[in-house]
Design a protein. Structure first.
Length: 188
């Protein structure tokens, strides 16, 4: 009886979950109760900064939004200045930086809209100045589906290809040496 009761509790019950909170999240924004695709809290200088990216899964050609909220560490007062949002490609060789916009606070939140035409990895930079001191926050943003093979996969594939090439070259050299040795031994 105990075994049957234990099996009944340990057996997973049937559950179908197609979407988080029971609904699709591909077009939700900051007005929904579904979490954003990214929410990061960080401390920089005298400020505690929170930023969020909406929708949950940014797509090329679809509008999105970045929300940034900055409060002072010492007294919790929100920052009341302008924040400049910039974007650049997240690549090894950098790329040119473009200004997305300069925003003033709206209910203590800095909201910057964006539309990216190309899928890829980007770096968003939020810059502001307080007390004569510059503050710069960089954060990554992925637009569209990630590439099936990333840089680590490419590096591993290259290493495997080089090792296979070296192995085949060594086998060929060894086989050629064996054939020469057999030929030399067969000669009188």
């Amino acid at each position: 009886m105990f075994l049957g009761l234990a099996l009944w509790f340990l057996t997973p019950s049937f559950a179908m979950a197609h979407h988080v909170l029971g609904r699709p999240a591909y077009s939700l924004n900051e007005d929904s109760n579904t979490p954003p695709s990214m929410q990061v809290e960080t401390q920089i200088g005298d400020y505690f900064v929170t930023y969020m990216v909406f929708p949950a899964f940014p797509r090329p050609g679809a509008p999105g939004r970045i929300n940034l909220y900055a409060t002072r560490l010492d007294d919790g007062r929100p920052f009341h200045g302008e924040v400049t949002f910039k974007v650049r490609d997240d690549s090894w060789f950098g790329g040119r930086e473009e200004i997305l916009g300069v925003q003033s606070p709206d209910d203590n939140v800095y909201r910057q809209g964006f539309v990216f035409t190309d899928a890829g990895d980007y770096v968003i930079t939020a810059e502001f100045e307080s007390g004569g001191e510059p503050y710069v926050i960089d954060f990554p943003l992925r637009i569209g589906d990630p590439a099936p093979i990333g840089p680590i996969g490419l590096a591993v594939g290259t290493i495997v290809a080089v090792l296979l090439g070296v192995n085949l070259a060594q086998r060929r050299r060894l086989l050629t040496a064996k054939i020469r040795k057999a030929r030399d031994e067969a000669r009188p």
